[in-house]
Design a binder for this molecule. Sequence first.
Ligand code: NAD
Length: 267
Amino acid sequence: MVRIPLDNPWGGTQKWALNFLFVAQGEVTMAFTDRVVVVTGSASGIGRATALGFSRQGTKVALWDRNASGLADTKSRIDSADGTAQVCELDITNQGQVNQTLDQVVRTWGKIDILVNAAGISQAGSTSRGSVLEVTEADWDQILDVNLMGTVFCAQAAARHMIPQRRGRIVNVASIAGAIPRWQTTAYCVSKAGVRMFTKCLALELARHSITVNAVAPGPTDTPMLGNASGEGGDPQLRERMIAGMPEIYRSGGWANRSIRPMLLFF
Ligand SMILES: NC(=O)c1ccc[n+]([C@@H]2O[C@H](COP(=O)([O-])OP(=O)(O)OC[C@H]3O[C@@H](n4cnc5c(N)ncnc54)[C@H](O)[C@@H]3O)[C@@H](O)[C@H]2O)c1
């Protein structure tokens, strides 16, 4: 059993950042020893912070991402802290690969207890950044394939193993942008709104099997994704403006580590 601190520097609710939850000041107690978790997007940002957090609690972590070098980096951090992790390089938009990779995790460790869907892409830098009238079909496809269908495929694969176990937890990383429209990133906002509704529908269906399904909806978080916002085709000032709006302790990954990660572990 471990105790995880939850931060709430604002006190009360944080509506701009979390639209599903209220974070209480204090601590939550969790037991993760002998658990198996799959974390998608764990080569970077929020997914990596989550994978490291689970590993520190004694959880076996399957690291899923398409970025091989980032995966190796996360794995070496877990190894050096005496954790247990396996690297799975895959593209979550490929349903066949997702199913095969999950089967392999279950063959290796005997089960899956928790799935965290953190892999995602932003619209920054793509040609679709701009007026809703100019978003191309290819850009719609790319964003929806990764953010929505990738989440769906991973959840379906996990649920097929969890149902016979009569136990499991699925946590999807949505976004505040799935609830509040954001300027010139229509496809991203729509993809995250889809993740919110998918989460609710899946929760309704899986409750009878003792499987919980939740979503965490972060606000702007200083990860490589936010850095990409200033990339080619992006707004050069966007990252700076977003970081300026964050409390000091949440800059440089602090938000991912101190607030989002504890919630992902809690659910
Ligand atoms: N950073 C923010 O401001 C912010 C805010 C709200 C929500 N989110 C969401 O949080 C999640 C994590 O974002 P982050 O900020 O850590 O970004 P990040 O770019 O640091 O990490 C995303 C990871 O997903 C992986 N990925 C992307 N497409 C993939 C695919 N097809 N198959 C496998 N892996 C794939 C990337 O390789 C990367 O390692 C995303 O779903 C994002 O939409 C981020």
